[in-house]
Structure formats: C-alpha cells, structure tokens
Ligand binder design. Structure first.
Ligand code: HEC
Ligand code: HEC
Length: 434
C-alpha cells in the first residue's frame, strides 16, 4: 500500500482579514473590465439578492461577483472578482467561500466578442473594452466545457500563462507556449473555509509556497507588467487572511446524535487515516493519496492544464514563482471534510452528486441530469438532486453529466462500499454535522 505523502506547511505572509474583505470586493486585481458606462447601459439592474450586504461605495449596487474600479487610463470599469467562482447560493442564501458548481462554461462566446467590438464608446473606453475582448478571445476556444457546472479554471490559467512573456509578463496576442489541445478538465471549486487546514492548495496539492501569491494569479488575465502585479500582490496576504476566517454553514436540519455518535466510530476506523479527525481536538494533515489507491479520475493528477510541464515551468520561473511553486503530485489530497454536507458535488471533478453515492458506488449513475442546483438541496442523500439521463429524453445535453467523458469519471474511492447498510447510514448522519 505504501504510506500516503503528508505535505508540510510552509511560511505565509500575515494579513489583515478586514482589509482583505474590502480588497476582495472592491479592487481591480483582474486588471481589466467592461467600461462602467456600457455596463450600466446594457447589463440591466442587479437583482436584490445578488447584492453584497454591507458593501458601500461605487461597487455597492453591482452583483456580488463584480467590482468597479478606475483603470490607470482613467476609465471606470466593471470587473470580475473571485466570488464568481468562490461564492454560491445554497438553499436560497449566498454563501461566501462556497465554490460555484452551477457556472456555465458550455457557451460559445465568439458572437458576443464580435458584437462587443461594435459597442459605441469613447476612445479610452474603447481601448479598455478591446483589451478585455482580446483576452476573452484568446481564452474562448480553449475553455468550453461539455457540462454546465464543470469549471475550466486550470485551463484558463494555462492559456493565460501561454500568452505572456515569463520575464516581463507582457501580453502576446500569439501564444508563446503550445496551448493544451485536450478539452478542459472539469474541476470542482473547493470551499474556501477548508484552506486554513491545508498545507498545500489545489486538489493535487500542487500549490506550494506563498499562498497569497498563488491566489493572485487571477491577475494573469489583464495585469501586463511586473510592477502592477507587485502592487496587486501587496494586498493579497489580506485576502488570504480573510479566507482563513471563513467557517462552513451548519447543517440546516436536525441530526440524530445517537446515530451520528455511532457514525463517528465508523469514520475514525475507516476514514480518519486519510481525512483526519473532527470536533474539539480534531487533527488534520494534508495527505496526497496516490492515484492507484484512491482510483478517482486520473486526468488532473496526470498533470493536465496549468499543471503540465510547460505551464509549471512558466509559473515557477515568473514573478508568480518568486515565492510560490506549482508542484503537482501523482494523486489527490484527501481534503478536510468540515461542512462537507454543503459542498456537493463531490471529488475533484464534481462527479458524484451526493454523499450517499460517495459512500456506496453502486448508486453512482453513468449518465445523469444535474438538478436545479443548491436551492433544491437533498438533505437526506446530502447533495444535488439528479435524474437518470436515459429516462429524460430530449434533455439539453449540456445538463447531462456523462461519467464516460475524459476527466469526468465517477469511479474510485470505494472505501464506503464494504460497510454494512447500518454503518453507512450512521456515517452519513455523522458527516452531516462535521
Ligand atoms: C474561473 C473560476 C475561478 C476564479 C475566478 C477564481 N478561482 Fe480560485 N479556484 C478555482 C478552482 C476551479 C480551484 C481548484 C483548482 C484545482 O484544485 O486544481 C480554485 C482554487 C482556489 C484555492 C485553493 C483552495 C484549496 O482548498 O485548495 C484558493 C485559495 C483560491 N482558489 C482563491 C481564489 C482567489 C483569491 C481568487 C480571486 C483572486 C480566485 N480563487 C479566483 C476557480 C476559480
Ligand atoms: C486512502 C485514503 C482515503 C480513505 C481511507 C478515505 N478517503 Fe475520502 N478521499 C480521499 C481522497 C484522496 C479524496 C479526493 C479524491 C478526488 O477528489 O478525486 C477523498 C474524497 C472524499 C470526499 C469528497 C470531498 C469533496 O468535497 O469532494 C468525501 C466526502 C470523502 N472522501 C469521505 C470519506 C469517507 C466517509 C471515508 C471513509 C468511509 C473516506 N473518505 C475514506 C482519500 C481517502
């Protein structure tokens, strides 16, 4: 069997959590955006539930996933922030730090880019718009996923690295590294509240060294020189400090304490050696479990997207690599399970919709229709409601999760299969509350 690797924590820069929140929802770390004047004309209003409570200033009336700021050329723009992927609605409430598992990356945005180029704007606004559209155009052919909810973030990073000079970060319209040819690997967005326990970032444990520097890689979209990147980096320790303050939402229904206590015993016997223990004196270590042992989809652990050699080399030799490293492993980190009830779908590729199916692989369907998201959460099976795709003729294929597609396998991690039905039920009850 061989012992799984335990990754050691590395020194991190300290930060101020309150300042981090302000920066997260106000600053322009992505480096470009749509001119505010055009945004206000064409985007329509923000639904009330999409505003961030307590946000003041010029971003106050924007959706939670957008920030307004003024570019060096003096144009006010609306730009994406981290919460587009790292916040999500759960049973009707926006949860900051919950990965968005409903984002739609299946669309062809080429017609929108073409239409955008004809929007009326003054020359300074036009220059900002063209910059944004240029980056989207470079990305568009490489980041289209086959299923709604699959996140192509690792391919986004790879494509953006490829268009930049490693020394100066200057943008090049032509890629300087050969682009990935495979379709984007689906990656599930981890919950931010787990980061405080982890010695390494990412499902493969590839994010090593200074975590704030790795997070600010979002600036690789439009921050085009090292001095500007350094200015963004200066406040990212604050953003990291904010992320470390997050706690998971509590399970919203009664938990049977007697059954859960029995489940705890099962957990500590069958699961703790990889996932640690929970409760007052809980103990977690960041363990990479070799692919052969966990058996989940191999693609990401075989170093696809930003983790393949040319992109890793780019990162490690760039400004980003000064204090951080991409160092993937041939396996997946057994993640901390705090608030796991809320984080369906499960595994690094989001291939398993419920904890019930995670604990019993015979319940995993080959092709299923993904449900209406986390507003219709199933608190018994714990996770997403799904339907058999073959019993749903005429369904839009973008809503069908097909576990036979490359990167989408829902096999492996069969550690719950040999449990008795009673033990499994007890374990599920226990998992609701950790
Ligand atoms: C396009 C969607 C997207 C955006 C935007 C995004 N992220 Fe992520 N983030 C992801 C995905 C997907 C992963 C997991 C990648 C992996 O493990 O291979 C991730 C991983 C992380 C992790 C590691 C979590 C862990 O437990 O390993 C942190 C921290 C993080 N992101 C912070 C940020 C910050 C801060 C920003 C904004 C500056 C940001 N992200 C913007 C999609 C996104
Ligand atoms: C040999 C190590 C190992 C054992 C034993 C193990 N796991 Fe895991 N577990 C992992 C790894 C590695 C992953 C990540 C797999 C992936 O993302 O592809 C994982 C993922 C999970 C996830 C999904 C987390 C998420 O947010 O996607 C849950 C839930 C989980 N395990 C629960 C359990 C339970 C319950 C047991 C005991 C029956 C158990 N595991 C036993 C290694 C292990």
């Amino acid at each position: 069997m061989g012992d799984p690797d335990v990754l050691a924590a590395e020194p991190q820069r300290a930060g101020d959590a309150a300042r981090g929140w302000e920066a997260l929802v106000n600053e322009g770390y992505v480096g470009c955006g749509a001119p505010r004047a055009l945004y206000d004309r064409f985007a329509g209003g923000t639904p009330a539930g999409w505003r961030l409570p307590g946000r003041t200033g010029r971003s106050a009336d924007l959706p939670y996933f957008a920030n307004a700021y003024t570019t060096p050329s003096g144009v006010e723009v609306v730009t994406a922030n981290c919460l587009g992927c790292h916040a999500s609605f759960l049973r009707g409430e926006l949860v900051i730090g919950l990965g968005d598992a409903s984002a739609d990356f299946t669309m062809d945005v080429t017609p929108m880019i073409a239409a955008g180029a004809f929007l009326p704007a003054d020359p300074a606004q036009k220059a900002e718009l063209d910059k944004l559209l240029g980056r989207v155009k470079a990305l568009a052919p490489h980041i289209r996923t086959r299923t709604v909810g699959a996140n192509p973030a690792d391919h986004i990073a790879a494509v953006l690295f490829a268009h930049r000079d490693r020394e100066t970060l200057a943008w090049s319209d032509a890629p300087l590294i050969e682009l990935p040819t495979e379709e984007p690997i689906p990656v599930d967005v981890p919950a931010w509240w787990l980061l405080k326990k982890k010695a390494a970032m990412f499902h493969t444990g590839a994010g090593r060294g200074d975590q704030a520097r790795i997070m600010m890689t979002a600036s690789v979209l439009c921050v085009d020189d090292v001095a500007s990147a350094r200015a963004v980096d200066a406040y990212f320790p604050d953003i990291r400090a904010f992320i470390l303050t997050l706690e998971p939402p509590p399970f919203p229904a009664p938990i049977d304490a007697t059954v859960a206590a029995r489940g705890k015993v099962v957990f500590e016997r069958r699961c703790s050696r990889c996932h640690g223990t929970y409760g007052e004196d809980g103990h977690y270590e960041t363990r990479v479990v070799p692919l052969a042992k966990v058996g989940t989809d191999p693609l990401l652990a075989e170093h696809a997207g930003q983790f393949s050699a040319p992109f890793r080399t780019w990162f490690n030799g760039s400004f980003y690599g000064e204090v951080a490293r991409l160092e993937p492993h041939d396996g997946y980190v057994a993640p901390p399970l705090d608030g796991v009830w809320a984080t369906a779908p499960y595994f690094h590729n989001g291939s398993v919709p419920t904890l019930a199916a995670l604990l019993d692989s015979s319940l995993r369907r080959a092709r299923y229709v993904i449900g209406r998201g986390r507003d219709a959460y199933d608190l018994d099976a714990v996770g997403w409601q799904t339907w058999d795709a073959d019993a749903s003729p005429g369904i839009d294929p973008r809503w069908v999760y097909d576990a036979s597609a490359p990167g989408y396998s829902n096999a492996g991690h069969t550690f719950g299969d040999t449990l008795s039905a009673e033990d499994r039920r007890a374990l599920l009850e226990y998992l609701k509350g950790i």
